[in-house]
Structure formats: structure tokens, C-alpha cells
Write a protein that binds this ligand. Structure first.
Ligand SMILES: [Zn+2]
Length: 112
């Protein structure tokens, strides 16, 4: 039974980890590529681009803990806007569901 040199194994393992990190970085670069001419709002901490300022503010609040006062205020405003949009979406979805339910119920009662 042969025993491998631990420094070589360590070097090879670091090389494989480095390759894996490079692959992840390349995937992230490709995934977050901004089309030419498009406006992007970049995260000041990690550089990730966002299509809307509100999305960047939400990302800052949820992914990075060390916010400045302005960033914290922007996160709170973005969270409130997002909550309002979700509430609006839920009300509209429930209304459509009720409309379809009773619509089909009446159709079935009349023509069924
Ligand atoms: Zn970030």
C-alpha cells in the first residue's frame, strides 16, 4: 500500500476547489450578464446587477447585514412596496378565483 504525499494531495484538492470556484464564477458571470444598453442597478457589496432599484434594495436588506441608514430606509421602503404589491396580487387572484368559480357554477346550473 502506497501513501501519497499530503502536500501533493492538498495542492490537488486546492486546485480542484479552485477549478470549482472558477466554474461557479463563470456561471455567475454568465447568469448575471447585463445586455448592452440595459440599465442595471448593482449591489454595492457583491456587484450583482438588478433590473430595478427596488430589487437591489430588497437584495441588500436580505443578503447583507451591514446596512447604512440610507440603505436601511431604502430596504424598508422597498419591503413596504413589495408587501403592497403582494397584497394587491392576492386580492386580484382571489377575486378572479371567485369569479371563475361562480361563473362556471352558473353555467353549469343554466346549461348543465
Ligand atoms: Zn449583494
Amino acid at each position: 500500500m502506497t501513501r501519497a504525499d499530503p502536500t501533493t494531495n492538498e495542492h490537488e484538492r486546492n486546485g480542484r476547489e479552485s477549478d470549482a470556484v472558477d466554474a461557479v464564477d463563470a456561471a455567475a458571470v454568465e447568469r448575471y450578464a447585463v445586455p448592452p444598453g440595459a440599465t442595471a442597478y448593482e449591489c454595492p457589496r457583491c456587484g450583482r446587477p438588478f433590473a430595478h432599484e427596488r430589487h437591489r434594495d430588497l437584495h441588500l436588506g436580505q443578503s447583507h447585514g451591514d446596512l447604512t441608514d440610507d440603505e436601511r430606509d431604502a430596504y424598508a421602503a422597498a419591503r413596504d412596496d413589495e408587501t403592497d404589491d403582494l397584497r394587491h396580487f392576492r386580492i386580484v387572484s382571489l377575486g378572479l378565483l371567485v369569479l371563475f368559480y361562480f361563473g362556471f357554477l352558473f353555467l353549469f346550473a343554466i346549461f348543465g
